[in-house]
Design a protein around this ligand. Structure first.
Ligand code: NAD
Length: 407
């Protein structure tokens, strides 16, 4: 079998761990051909450090690959997915699939940081129903392009592939459990990306940037239950949500420990989702967490209960009397100090699901199968989140989730 040739779009945080995980994929011959990104300097440095070739455009990269791994900011995902599909190339897309990034106007200057006032448009003040309508149009365009090109989409929702969530999938399938309620969270102190915090680049705040993770896992588990018990997925039908901007409250007392430079996004959100069988899921997500990333999923079923810990996950704790001691030791994502006790993630790529995610995508592309985390999951997740923004605008009023694909 000829190796699958893969090219990356992006040379940032996600590109770094995608290369590491792709290099650990087994059983599927592959070649990481190279990458492109916005700035020549950073793509050449990234490529040189990893022995890859730097390309100066997505078009040029597409000529040399079978799979495009899209690791750019959310605002350009749609355009790059359409490019991949038009070229008949399979693709892997980082979360979120896409979103709403404001009315068309000249793009912001490259490298504009969080807090940039370059665009007068503000996502927090913009009406949310037109956003939902525009997002549904985008999702329809993506879905049509992927299906007419006949390419495989790997939706990089790592929560789906976390070992604990996959163990829960096995339990649901083997015990034919009915899930009655679920609970999930992803929260941590901001993002590594300089454009996180600006709606024009990110498509929103905590709900889309972080909430998509637990939401994706909860929608996935309910889908597994439906396929096992009923032979069809159980999908979300409505959502009630609240969003808040806690670090921008006039009385917020900034002691310097939490990131606060969010331009026009929420830094706290919650979503209450109702499924078509009347069961429920609740998601909490925010930027207001010290002590490292906080990611988990809980399932309350009719025959068992499960707590799936992604991070921290209790594999290892260290006590370090002096921060300097661990200066060149990575412990866990977004921990602000390594002094005292730390919840260490000895192999974060494995426990967070990144490794299994890329393994599944490559196997599925080679075998022309749909991955566990696929376009259908990405479509439902995105529609739910923008319906949640409409609900939040109306103080939490229940909002129907538009449905793109029928079962
Ligand atoms: N699954 C996860 O846990 C996780 C974690 C981090 C990021 N992400 C996702 O990965 C994606 C990238 O995030 P990041 O933190 O790596 O961002 P980043 O800002 O660190 O890197 C983004 C890269 O994309 C490049 N880029 C921007 N616009 C481009 C364009 N038009 N064409 C080509 N390249 C372009 C930039 O030059 C940069 O190299 C986002 O969708 C983010 O949500 C997922």
């Amino acid at each position: 079998m000829k190796p699958l040739r893969i090219g990356l779009v992006g040379a940032g945080f996600a590109a770094d761990y995608h290369v590491e995980c792709l290099r650990r994929v087994y059983g599927v011959p592959l070649e990481i051909v190279g990458l492109t990104s916005l700035r020549a300097e950073s793509r050449e440095a990234f490529a040189a450090a990893r022995g890859l070739r730097a390309y100066d455009s997505v078009e040029a990269l597409l000529q040399d690959v079978d799979v495009l791994d899209i690791l750019s900011p959310p605002s350009v995902h749609q355009e790059q997915i359409l490019q991949a599909a038009a070229a008949g190339k399979h693709f892997i897309i980082e979360k979120p699939l896409t979103g709403y990034f404001g009315p068309s106007e000249p793009p912001l200057p490259a490298g504009a940081g969080a807090g940039s006032q370059a665009s007068p448009w503000r996502g927090d003040l913009a009406p949310k129903s037109p956003m939902l309508a525009a997002v549904m149009d985008s999702l329809a365009a993506l879905s049509a392009a992927v299906s007419s090109a006949g390419v495989i989409c790997g939706y990089a929702e790592n929560f789906v592939y976390a070992p604990a969530v996959q163990k829960e999938r096995e339990i649901l399938e083997k015990t034919r459990a009915q899930v009655l309620r679920m609970y999930g969270e992803e929260s941590h102190n901001g993002s590594a990306s300089p454009v996180y915090g600006i709606w024009r680049f990110a498509g929103g705040g905590s709900l889309i940037g972080k909430g998509c993770h637990p939401l994706g896992a909860l929608l996935y588990l309910k889908r597994v239950e439906g396929l096992t018990r009923l032979g069809r997925p159980l999908r979300p039908v409505s959502v009630s949500a609240r969003t808040h901007e806690i670090t921008r409250l006039p009385d917020y007392d900034d002691q310097g420990f939490l990131r606060t430079d969010y331009h026009d996004i929420e830094d706290y959100g919650q979503m209450h989702v109702v499924f078509e069988d009347g069961t429920v899921a609740d998601v909490i997500t925010c930027e207001l967490v010290l002590g490292g990333i906080y990611d988990y999923v809980e399932v309350f079923a009719n025959n068992h209960r499960a707590r799936c810990r992604l991070n921290p996950n209790d594999l290892m704790d260290t006590f370090n009397p002096c921060g300097e001691n661990f200066a060149d030791i990575y412990t866990v994502e977004k921990i602000s100090t390594k002094e005292g006790w730390s919840p260490v993630a000895p192999d974060e790529h494995f426990t967070m699901g990144y490794q299994a995610e890329l393994q599944d995508f490559l196997e599925c592309i080679a075998g022309r199968r749909q991955p566990q985390s696929d376009l259908a999951l990405a479509l439902d997740t995105t529609a739910t989140i923008y319906a949640a923004y409409v609900s939040a605008e109306e103080g939490g009023k229940e909002q129907e989730i538009p449905r793109l694909l029928e079962d």
